[in-house]
Design a protein around this ligand. Structure first.
Ligand code: ZN
Length: 156
């Protein structure tokens, strides 16, 4: 297991536009594995490559239904609306209220560089939108309707 350092809001790498992935190689496969290791260790539901300082269009998601790899993902359809709490491993200890589509259809590549369609509703739709925005250098804080709130520590 290899963990990478999660970059935090204020670091320039989180504001950059990421480059398309044109071929799969060992280095990129290791990056994907490390993204999962780092996300699970931090108890997150998604992590994008720029969050570990790599400007490639790659992200991983697991909202509890199993691992999803995104490579060069694009939202091709969206529908409905949901408003709810959203957080980010790059903005620790905070959350905001963000409105997102309730359904998205995403075109992506698999780890074998084959085209695949992923459909998500509710939390998965939110995670897909959030991670894809990271690849364009955007953080959810720009969308938070009444700013950022502190996460209360449970049990304290
Ligand atoms: Zn994030």
């Amino acid at each position: 297991m290899a963990l990478r350092k999660i970059r935090e809001m204020g670091e320039e790498v989180l504001t950059k536009h990421c480059k398309e992935v044109t071929k799969m190689n060992l280095r990129t496969r290791l990056l994907i594995k490390d993204l999962f290791d780092t996300m699970y260790k931090a108890a997150g539901v998604g992590l994008a490559a720029p969050q570990v300082g790599i400007l490639k269009r790659i992200a991983v998601i697991d909202v509890g239904d199993g691992p999803i790899v995104l490579i060069n993902p694009e939202i091709i359809e969206q529908d409905g609306e949901q408003t709810g709490e959203e957080g980010c491993l790059s903005v620790p200890g905070k959350y905001g209220i963000v409105t997102r589509p309730n359904y998205v259809k995403v075109k992506t590549l698999t780890e074998d560089m084959e085209e695949m369609i992923i459909e998500g509703e509710e939390l998965l739709a939110r995670a897909l939108c959030h991670e894809i925005e990271h690849l364009d250098g955007k953080l959810y804080v720009e969308l938070a309707e009444d700013g950022l709130h502190d996460v209360e520590n449970e049990g304290e």
